[in-house]
Design a protein around this ligand. Sequence first.
Ligand SMILES: [Zn+2]
Ligand SMILES: [Zn+2]
Length: 773
Amino acid sequence: MDLASVRRVHVRVEGIVQGVGFRPFVHALATEYDLAGFVGNDTAGVFVEVEGDGERLAAFVADLGRRAPTLAEVERLTTEPVPPTGRPGFAIVSSVTGAGRDALISPDTATCPDCLAELADPADRRHGYPFTNCTNCGPRFTIVEDVPYDRRTTTMAGFPLCAECTAEYADPGNRRFHAEPVCCPACGPALRFVTADGAPVPGDPLDTAVRWLRDGRIVAVKGLGGYHLATRADDDRVVTALRARKHREEKPFAVMAADLPTARTLVDVAPAVEPVLTGPRRPVVLLPRRADAPVAGSVAPGNRELGVLLPYTPVHQLLLGRLGMPIVLTSGNVSDEPIAHRDNDARRRLAPIADGFLVHDRRIHVRTDDSVVRVFRGRELPVRRSRGYVPAPITLPWRFDRPVLACGAELKNTFCVAKGRRAFVSHHIGDLENYETLRAFTDGIAHFTRLFDVRPQVVAHDLHPEYLSTKYALQRDDVELLGVQHHHAHIASCLADNGDPGPVIGVAFDGLGYGPDGTLWGGELFVADLTGFERVGHLGALPMPGGAAAVREPWRMAAAYLDEIYGDAVPELPVLRRHERQWPAVVALARTVTNSPRTSSAGRLFDAVSALLGLHDRVTYEGQAAIALEQRAHRDERGGYPVEAGGPVPLLEAGRGLVRCVVDDLLAGVDPGRIAARFHHGLADAVVRSAGVVRENTGLTAVALSGGVFQNVLLLDRVVSGLERDGFRVLVHSRVPPNDGGISLGQAVVAAARTACKEGPLPIASCIGGGPS
Ligand SMILES: [Zn+2]
Ligand SMILES: [Zn+2]
């Protein structure tokens, strides 16, 4: 070798690079390029030193990022020349542990093709073994109890490796090199099948589960992040029984199909959807249901969509493979309780629901629900971000100067811890309205702050004083507290999702959020950046007769709108006839101030129209009436109700104007599906025209769309198309949900920007100032 061309370089790799096979990959790569040196893990990620010919060295470094293992996410790669040592050979050196912890933990990942092949191979020692995993797949976040990430700090600690697994674990050339959850039939967890009374059922547990499911029974299945309840999906009788026992009246169930071809018999799978459905994160994907799908009507009543997912553990793979038909797979819980994940608790809570239990002896440390997404224009639109996604950080193009904890909202709660350039949004905690969810929330915060070594100096919360997440924040000592307005957090979350600091025109449409003027907001038009917002428009506010009762009974919102528009001369409409007896009292209630808070909520406008069309007078879950309205809309209707330009922005009069048009069409006998479509289009057009007015006044050309109402892809599509046609740049969500599940990320970035604002020059545009206009 020409000694003059020999170089040595120190490389630091940051990101998700531990527990994902990065060191063996580096070892193989160095061998391929004939380079000497070493690789190891430390608290910040992976360190490498390589020595050899300069050109090959450069090619090696380039390939480090390009050819990284499937589960790795290289965030940053830095190199620094060091003097050559002349030592030959390449080694994997032992891990270095230290004070600061910046290493990341990978999310749980669906069984990889190599493991699936072993599972199916009768000659393999893991043939049919339900806990097969490797460096590229398997449980991670749900089994990690502490850091540094090591088998001893996972729920696999109680399963000592057998000799064969030890050899695989120690061999850099093996796919299971340093895969912490690795195991086999000789040394790993095992399945069992027990009855609801806890009596063991003899025979192969999977075969028993298959037989019981085929016979139309309900089986609780212990999964990755919790227990599920399973039944065959084509049997209306058993699905209805599951609904009754679970006290879940109408909310759709997800269906698991064995593979992509089976999924295609249930739903239409567009080419852009395939990678989402079959990818390593395996969310439930909401897709158009096929008319001939072999699925009982009670699985997703009144829905033209079906939530479908593919197997993500070997247990699912084996179960579905043997069963040969799709199953309902829904969270193991009663009503809105958190999903059961500890064995004793699951047995107690699920015994009244399930006939039998397919269980195993690997503990679940962190409960995580299945994630749910829609696909909008080829990109994921998250509805619930949890298993498979968490705890991968949202990496931002700006820094958090001080560590932040953001406590999120009340419904669909997530929290977020952030430091450096990373925001760790938690798994879906749920609605903070009972002891168990609150416990999951506080335990979760303790776990995340420890795992990611974040000691919060700033704690952000919603302005709503009654949210349990707000109350939790206010109890924290020795931190700087910062209240963030709900819809500002929504817009900021969309900015963070897109790595854009603003300023933008922000449209936040959702159910309800606390407004600083004492009314409930939810149909908001802002000029906003990360530090502040100005409310430049909103849907006209009107009363919610009876407050919370109006959320449960959308017909009350119809009454409020009709009273606003027609006063005592309300036309003879079906909704009025259906509630003739209560109508006068509810209208009187609407006219009082005390029991009918005023709201500018877009969600309540959808509720009113849904009730007017006779879709839902009452709801059993959040957003039900609005979802029904979207589902009902005729897809071939292009027309939209005209929006009058009254007031500073068209949005202000849009609600009343649209309801008037709905009433006119109803009285004229127009089909409700056409009315639903024209309503969506009219509202979308009002948003687009309002953004145009704000652009004229401010010169801003970017619009961020957030809030739970923008899960409605019919509305979203029309708004995005209209804005783009008018030359706007449009920001939508693709990493965190537009609903309240994304609020914590927004709070975190606002807190960081605001607290930076006090101390010196801003990294972003300007402080615009908050408060209502
Ligand atoms: Zn694997
Ligand atoms: Zn083993």
